[in-house]
Design a protein around this ligand. Sequence first.
Ligand code: ATP
Ligand code: MG
Length: 240
Amino acid sequence: MTIELRDVVREYHIGGQRVRALDRINLQLNGGRFVSVVGPSGAGKSTLLHLLGALDSPDSGSVIFDGTEIGRLSDEQASAFRRHRVGFVFQFFNLLPTLSAWENVAVPKLLDGSRLDRVRDDAINLLGRVGLGNRIEHRPAELSGGQLQRVAIARALMMDPSLILADEPTGNLDSATGASILRLLAEVAHEGGRSRLVVMVTHDRDAAQATDRVISLQDGRVGSDHGDRLRNDERAAVRR
Ligand SMILES: Nc1ncnc2c1ncn2[C@@H]1O[C@H](COP(=O)(O)OP(=O)(O)OP(=O)(O)O)[C@@H](O)[C@H]1O
Ligand SMILES: [Mg+2]
């Protein structure tokens, strides 16, 4: 999968004041990659993530997701797009406190109209995949921070989306637990044959170092962009 941003501008107008949160961003992001977005507070990182996930639209320029201009979708189209193509992972997990781990994982399918008993096996399989096969009936209050984030990642994978967006997913975790979440996100991006893109906003330099590509934003612009190397298999394909 591929996402292309062309001359993307996003401006906010509050009380006569204009803030240009994104200022002519041009980027191409490819599947199979774990990409981090870093930069000072207010640089536009969350704004960028929202545009990638069709939670927001640019004022000018375009966001092209596998050939579809997602910046111009109607509200209804955007919500269908998000439901099927994007998984979101947040700093504060955003799990429903009264539901068990597997029910939380199942939520995206329920919102899409599936019956709970039909999706139970898939939800439990996903929990197994993130290392929580022995916690399926636990509620959020009965899980550790790292476990909560694993549930959230399993939930993000429930619709098998080609894009996972994570805003500070390790922000509330100690460094060892955070490192295990980073390994899991890398696995999700590198899973063979799937071409899934994982984009993570982070303040943590070590977390960014663990990713394939580090894009730094500064005042709404791309300051630096390191590490978008072809993987070995891709290099071999180009040579062939
Ligand atoms: N809904 C909004 N209304 C008005 N201004 C906004 C809004 N959202 C963001 N901004 C402004 O846009 C700029 C970029 O905000 P953004 O949230 O993308 O920053 P960020 O890089 O994610 O920062 P942080 O690291 O603090 O989360 C900031 O100057 C902010 O004040
Ligand atoms: Mg932010």
